[in-house]
Design a binder for this molecule. Sequence first.
Ligand code: HEC
Ligand code: HEC
Ligand code: HEC
Ligand code: HEC
Ligand code: HEC
Length: 368
Amino acid sequence: MKVNGRFCGVLVFLFTVVLLPSVSWSGPVDFPKGCLDCHGSEAKYAVLGARAQYMTSGHKKLGNASYANSGDCMACHTNEGFIELVKRGKVDPKKFVANPSEVGCFTCHAPHETGDFSLRKTDKVTLANGAVFDREKGNLCANCHQARRAAKTEVKARNIPSDSWGAHHGPQADMLLGTNGYEFPGKSYSQSAHASLPKANCVVCHMTLPAGRYSFSPAIGGHSFKLEGEVHERPTLNVAGCLVSGCHTEMKQVKGTVFFDRKAPADYDGDGKVETIQGETQGLCERIINKSGTGLLQKMKDAPYDAKGTFINSKTQYPVEVVAALYNYKYVFEDRSKGIHNTVYAIQLLMDSLKALDKGFDDSKRPQ
Ligand code: HEC
Ligand code: HEC
Ligand code: HEC
Ligand code: HEC
Ligand code: HEC
């Protein structure tokens, strides 16, 4: 076929003068500048580092988003539910999230809308019993890490419907404030300094990064949200948050354990030794339920827990003392700080619960 010379000329012109300059083979892609703050080679925000830490966190790894994606669960357990809660002030408990994802970057931040990492929600939070939690950035956490019910309405003579009955797994905001445990009539309750110091907020303690080259690890501090993790093959506590605030001048890890080196003022659990705060709190909890079957809620008649510590009894109508003791046990146990969030309040609740179950329990060392 004879090629038309003039047509060829037009093609060559088009290619060299019009197309070639517009396709640049090795220059920068046409990427909006605003994106580079987060997605550039020298990003202003440590997105990649935060992500590495986040990958080790309970938010990413515990994986209950798909299970707890309906009712009111979704507001705390799914990214989509929390965003809806923030936007509309509530979630529809009759619906469920069809494609639920874990609490992640876009749950706590809205980077593509705001262009930065400001927090999605930081206003004060009213807890289930009406107490108000107001602790700066910690307010974000308190939206989800709070008891789901008020102890006052939950604790009465009754049966225990299931193992998940209670305050629900994360009552940390209540515990930090020292509120919403079951407070026995006639007893007075107090709080540790963590309840009132503004700097004792979730973010300072849980997210401060350890300093120094060999202390860094994506497993503790920052977006791991964890105070305990494996650093260079050793279980390590992150004490940076205790020190950065100027509140403590010294804080160590007890060698060979994952307990903070803070001695309790007295032998609360009555085992003959004054241990760390976490050791005493754990000792008190174990007097109620433990793995060897000797706990008071395991040995009693028609006990709710068996010798291994497994929930077995949902039928028996228990008197209020038993229900109260179980409620407080779960409240302290599921707070999971082993008394660190609010030592005095946790110890008082546990000792009063033990006394209610066993008149012979020595509560003479109860902190006032
Ligand atoms: C203030 C920070 C920030 C800015 C600015 C930003 N992004 Fe992102 N972007 C993020 C974060 C955080 C993620 C999630 C990263 C992760 O999961 O590790 C993300 C993820 C993405 C993803 C992956 C999809 C997804 O949903 O995970 C794309 C695509 C993306 N961004 C495009 C852009 C574009 C295009 C721009 C500019 C118009 C931009 N981003 C600007 C923070 C930002
Ligand atoms: C107020 C917020 C909130 C609501 C509502 C909520 N959860 Fe949770 N849930 C949490 C938090 C926070 C944790 C993690 C606490 C921790 O590990 O300290 C958690 C933990 C869990 C766990 C893990 C327990 C474990 O021992 O590892 C399960 C399972 C769970 N929730 C199921 C549910 C279900 C099902 C619902 C709805 C019926 C629900 N949650 C409603 C906040 C909530
Ligand atoms: C559970 C809530 C939560 C999640 C999930 C979360 N963040 Fe954050 N993020 C925070 C809080 C709180 C701060 C403030 C920390 C502080 O002040 O020390 C923060 C701070 C940051 C900062 C520092 C901002 C600055 O001004 O320097 C970056 C960057 C960041 N987050 C990125 C991410 C990325 C990327 C992800 C997902 C991989 C993510 N975050 C997931 C709560 C969260
Ligand atoms: C949108 C709700 C939500 C927010 C906001 C939130 N969390 Fe969580 N967090 C959860 C849920 C739900 C879990 C349990 C996840 C699961 O079981 O799948 C959890 C788990 C955790 C865990 C792991 C607990 C364990 O048993 O291993 C820590 C630690 C934690 N969160 C700390 C924080 C801190 C600190 C903040 C504030 C910076 C925060 N969270 C903000 C909902 C939230
Ligand atoms: C004074 C410092 C401090 C403050 C304030 C604080 N925490 Fe903690 N938290 C701790 C310590 C210490 C532990 C025990 C960590 C360990 O031994 O793994 C802990 C444990 C936890 C755990 C269990 C972690 C796990 O891996 O099992 C969660 C969840 C948690 N805190 C959430 C919160 C939330 C949410 C807030 C705010 C309402 C908060 N914390 C406030 C120090 C603090």
